[in-house]
Design a protein around this ligand. Structure first.
Ligand code: HPA
Length: 273
């Protein structure tokens, strides 16, 4: 199967660049959170456009490279820049990197993102551990022929966000004296932010946050039985909650403002993973 051959080639290329070193956790860094990659010790940096078959990201504020190195005693592979559906990539292309990582032998996945806050009791700058997600758009990274080597045709999503990792994330926040939220992330395709009516709908549906990423990766990871944890940085109140318009600058500004807290939490989770 061509896709599987491509994935294997990508995986072999990356593994070759790091001398076959075993990676403990793949970490996907969301908008404004990419700095964490700069904290890795002895980094090996690989541009996406050098990796055979890899997509190359186009969003301002997103770099397009892997940074591989040590953090808190673990070997970490960071995606500095991810692929979004709104860029025009298919869902299958969006999850291409995560599948590559699995074929490199990586079984742990840490997803992060910037998201709009739907829960009116919370505020911009809050961090949210993702407990579950809602995907209303009827597309899936797993649509089409199943790649049996990666996982089964039909697969469970009840443990897409690993319960023991959710518990660990809560413990880590508590021990660091941080307030952390737990909630449901709802995927919208973007690139427009949601309308106020869509945000009211998301709240009625049970969502606490809305965003344009993460869900495809979590689905592909669940298919491949990777242990996954997700954390959202709630960068803004979602559309219509406050009497103001939304913009990408606010997303980046809040990301910048809370990045130290965010990084502390992510590092602590990695240390105790
Ligand atoms: N909506 C969707 N995606 C987002 C938002 C939002 O309000 N903020 C950051 N990413």
């Amino acid at each position: 199967m061509e896709m599987l051959d491509n994935l294997k080639e990508s995986a072999a290329y990356i593994s070759g660049k790091i001398g076959g070193k075993k990676i403990d956790i793949a970490l996907v860094l969301g908008s404004g959170l990419g700095d964490l990659a700069d904290q890795l010790a002895d980094p090996v940096v690989i541009d996406y456009h050098d990796i055979p078959h890899f997509p190359v990201s186009t969003v301002p504020g997103h770099k397009g490279r892997l940074v591989i190195g040590n953090l808190e005693g673990k070997n970490i592979l960071c995606m500095q820049g991810r692929f979004h559906y709104y860029e025009g990539w298919s869902m299958e292309q969006v999850v291409y990197p995560v599948r590559t990582f699995k074929l490199m032998g990586i079984n742990n996945l840490f997803l992060t993102n910037a998201a709009g806050c739907v829960n009116k009791d919370w505020k911009p700058g809050d961090l949210m551990i993702i407990t579950d997600h809602i995907k209303l758009i009827q597309d899936s990274p797993n649509r089409g022929a199943n790649i049996d080597e990666l996982g089964p045709r039909f697969f469970d999503m009840c443990s897409a966000y690993d319960k023991s990792l959710i518990a660990l994330a809560k413990e880590c926040a508590k021990d660091k004296g941080m307030t952390v939220r737990e909630g449901v992330y709802m995927l919208f395709t973007g690139p427009s932010f949601e309308t106020p009516a869509e945000v009211r709908f998301a709240r009625l549906a049970g969502a606490d946050a809305v965003g344009m990423s993460t869900v495809p990766e979590a689905i592909a990871a669940s298919h491949m039985k990777m242990r996954t944890v997700g954390i959202s940085c709630l960068t803004n109140m979602a559309a219509g909650i406050l009497d103001q318009s939304l913009n990408h600058e606010e997303v980046l500004e809040t990301g910048e403002r809370v990045k130290h807290t965010f990084q502390t939490l992510v590092r602590e989770i990695i240390r105790r993973w």
